[in-house]
Design a protein around this ligand. Sequence first.
Ligand code: PLP
Length: 394
Amino acid sequence: MSTLMERDSAYVANTYRRFPVEVVSGKGSLLWDTDGKRYIDLGSGIGVTAFGIADDAWQAAVTAQLGRVQHTSNLYYTEPCVALAERLCERTGMKRVFFGNSGAEANECAIKVARKYAAEHKGAEYSTVITLENSFHGRTLTTLAATGQDHFHELFQPLTPGFVHAPANDFAAMEALVAEHKVAGILMECVQGEGGVNSLELKYVRQVAELAAREDIVLMIDEVQTGNGRSGKLYAYEYYGIRPDVVTTAKGLGGGLPLGAAILGEKVADVLGFGDHGSTFGGNPVCCAGAVNVLDRIDDELLADVRRKSLYLFNELIKAKGVKSVSGMGLMIGIETKRPAAEVVAECRENGVLCLTAKHKVRLLPALNIPMELLEEAIAVIKAACAKEDRLCL
Ligand SMILES: *Cc1c(COP(=O)(O)O)cnc(C)c1O
């Protein structure tokens, strides 16, 4: 009998460099592998299992819907999809929602909205979308074109044309691109997640938002990773005091089931009409029933708790041996370590704590409701792993 790892490498496409852990089950912020080893989960499936693994309330909402109807297609009305759209609009002040199944699809929708809006209001030649260098917006050919990291592009040419990339936090560069190109939209993450957990500067984001409003450019904020309470606000753009035209989100929204959303503001709410866009699975009732449960639990109390835990993590890490800097927002944290991040993550895993990396940093995306005791236990392991080479060097 070959092992799970051997069967995976024989039959599953080789696109993932997986960690050597065979996950069998979990509960909340704990996972167990085939050997019965326990791990504290600080990655939550890359910011997806917002309330942890097999969370009771989420599971009840999902299984109740599963027993009623699991799929209808978008030819019919279902309650969870409408209930979720209502809630998203009420909580953001935005007007309509298009549902897909992933972050990339949410961004695809946003880009289509920006291009159609521009075509109708300014002319079809206004098709360029500006994104930021070092951004990440997805893996489809269009969202790869949007992603401002060349190494993702090299072997997949030609990508969708009409994307240019601006250096982050350089408003003059953004102004120059807007002057040079016929621009439909600007798409950016408030905190670049995959790019290394880097927050955009307050002044820059406000200037870009003002420029977009002035030039009638569709401002799209990618909250696939930062959204749904992860930042300590429902959406990270709230920290910047801006009003985007489109907010895209996914990851934590479904609590572990595939769900993406493009939330449309007043300016673009009615851009898409019958037949302009669609998705067979989009707005699936089971995924949406889970998401309604997730969203209803992201209340002021939970958000305050996320910010409290964030402060605790920043305070612990900033003074820890072997830590060069700490970045991020809420429970989305990047740690620049003296040791290579991959080594720190491997050592934490050996010692029962699962972390992620983002570029050269260790990245933490724990469940929003991770118990304080588990966070304390995990941070001790991380601090020890960060400090290690220091000790060896002495
Ligand atoms: C993960 C991510 C995406 C892509 O989401 P998928 O669900 O993998 O398609 C897009 N944008 C950001 C900011 C992300 O973090």
